[in-house]
Design a protein around this ligand. Structure first.
Ligand code: NAD
Ligand code: FES
Length: 271
């Protein structure tokens, strides 16, 4: 069991949860994730670790209420116990001093991007971050991203904060104004697909962090398989980050929607 120490809402569907997990806090690196089961009927939810406090023995997770289990998790409060939490899982982000890094985060994807931005900054890179969301109230972790970025561009679909437009509009302006050596894209699959198409046009090496459906998280079940460069890879052990220009995003999106009817029916039974 892992105790929730703190829960705060970023918006009506997105919560920040700080959980006791001392061993995970000590060993996690940027890019690592955990898998959580809220209760014994719950599905397994993979969540990239957004931060950790080694002294307090806690990790920070950002959860969007989408289906039954994530909604249950978002409804939990400080003092509640999560049934189980496994991690850190996956490969850590490959962080080097490359020059200038463009970090593109869409919606909730900004949470897993935060430790990566911090990692690239600490490695001596110039970091330009583009934070994008549908509207102002859905922009998360702006102050924390600013702390580790040389420049931050805010984009909202409706223009309610920052500039009006999707993440790729802001990203292309940065690419046209300065030399970018590497890009990282995290957010919904469609956003990563279009960010990848943009950076491919400019020949910029790009990593995308995939949010595939997961079950065991150890490479045994095959639920998280994705095609990268024509090869089958498992997101849980080979990823979650891959060369974005090699990812078959259309297949990923098809697989992400594979249980939509069951998820909808389960949610209707739950509410
Ligand atoms: P969202 O749908 O609100 O999109 C966020 C931003 O992505 C938009 O504001 C826009 O700037 C950009 N975007 C969307 N479609 C685009 C397009 N066609 N072209 C260019 N940019 C586009 O995002 P949300 O509701 O916060 O995110 C939900 C999804 O993100 C879920 O599917 C969740 O699984 C996924 N997610 C992924 C990760 C990851 O590690 N990749 C982490 C957390 C959440
Ligand atoms: Fe089962 Fe990756 S979650 S192989």
């Amino acid at each position: 069991m892992n105790r929730i120490v703190e829960k705060t809402w970023f918006s009506d569907k997105v919560a920040k949860i700080i959980v006791e997990a001392p061993r995970v806090a000590r060993s996690r690196k940027p890019g690592h994730f955990v898998i959580i089961r809220v209760d014994d009927k719950g599905e397994r939810i993979p969540l990239t670790i957004a931060g950790a406090d080694i002294e307090k023995g806690t990790i920070t997770l950002v959860v969007q209420a989408m289906g039954v289990s994530s909604t249950k998790l978002c409804k939990m409060n400080a003092g509640d116990q999560i049934l189980d939490l496994v991690g850190p899982l996956g490969k850590a982000t490959h962080i080097d001093k490359v020059g200038t890094v463009l970090a593109c985060g869409g919606g909730v994807g900004v949470a897993p991007m935060l430790p990566i931005v911090e990692g690239f900054k600490k490695a001596g890179n110039r970091v330009v971050s583009v934070l994008a969301a549908r509207s102002k109230d859905l922009i998360i972790l702006e102050d924390e991203i600013r702390q580790w970025s040389d420049d931050v561009i805010i984009m909202t679909d409706d223009g309610s904060y920052g500039r009006k437009g999707v993440v790729t509009v802001g990203a292309e302006e940065v690419i046209q104004r300065e030399k970018i050596d590497e890009c990282i894209a995290i957010g919904p699959a469609i956003m990563m697909k279009f960010t990848s198409l943009l950076t491919k046009k400019y020949n910029i090496p790009t990593q995308a962090s995939l949010n595939a459906i997961m079950v065991d998280g150890t490479g045994m079940c095959g639920a998280c398989r994705v095609s990268v460069g024509g090869q089958t890879k498992f997101t849980c052990i080979d990823g979650p980050e891959f060369d974005a220009h090699q990812i078959d995003f259309d297949e990923l999106m098809l697989r992400l929607g594979g249980y939509r009817d069951e998820e909808k029916a389960a949610f209707e039974r739950y509410v």
